[in-house]
Write a new protein. Structure first.
Ligand code: IMP
Length: 193
């Protein structure tokens, strides 16, 4: 039985398929012919992840999981949080998002922040939530060219470099997404396909 991952991001698909070692067939939205604008109207990561997964179950009949990630900055009261992708506007511009965060935090000494990922799974009539987080701090300027999103301004706790200065393997070992995906994979790997 297929399980839909409510994404068309090839990297995310590849990552989870590798971790499941072929035990379950994971397909993308494009694979099931879904080109809908899936609603994400909730004000929490968990809410959005469940809204997406339930939408696929209801409209397409497949078991499904969906993820949502946000950067939560203590001094900004948890912002950008669930609005991380569109913090500086609808065009989801990472540079503009980082600039907005840096401007808002100018002169601010509390740099504490965390990335948090929620993965919602609708599976065999039940719902499950898998979470991951990584704590760190917001740098005062961009460092490094790798990664995506807010990586150049986030330094994970216990490291001297930003996410954008780490290899993808090193980042995945400690990241919010890595942790949530490992928890999902551990659950599915204990269940017969
Ligand atoms: P999504 O839920 O995976 O689409 O993530 C939402 C937004 O959070 C992205 O558009 C990025 O701005 C940010 N984001 C998510 N994961 C990361 C990460 O690992 N590094 C930096 N930014 C991230």
């Amino acid at each position: 039985m297929k399980i839909v991952f409510a994404t068309n991001n090839k990297h995310k698909l590849e990552e989870i398929r590798r971790m499941l070692a072929g035990k379950h067939e994971i397909v993308s939205l494009a694979d099931i012919g879904c080109h809908d604008e899936i609603p994400e109207e909730q004000d929490t990561l968990e809410g959005n992840a469940f809204q997406k997964a339930r939408y696929i179950k209801e409209h397409y009949g497949y078991d499904c999981f969906a993820d949502d990630t946000g950067l939560e900055i203590e001094a900004l009261g948890g912002r950008p949080g669930v609005y991380s992708a569109r913090y500086a506007g609808e065009d989801k511009d990472s540079e503009a998002n980082m600039q907005k965060v840096l401007a808002e935090m100018q002169g601010c000494d509390n740099r504490r922040a965390r990335f948090r990922t929620a993965i919602a799974l609708v599976f065999r009539g039940e719902e499950h939530l898998f979470e991951g987080e990584v704590r760190g701090e917001i740098l005062r300027e961009r460092h490094g060219e790798g990664g995506f999103g807010y990586d150049p301004i986030f330094r994970p706790e216990g490291f001297s470099v930003s996410f954008a200065e780490m290899s993808l393997d090193d980042k995945n070992r400690i990241s919010h997404r890595g942790e949530a995906v490992r928890r999902l994979a551990a659950f599915l790997n204990h269940i017969d396909a």
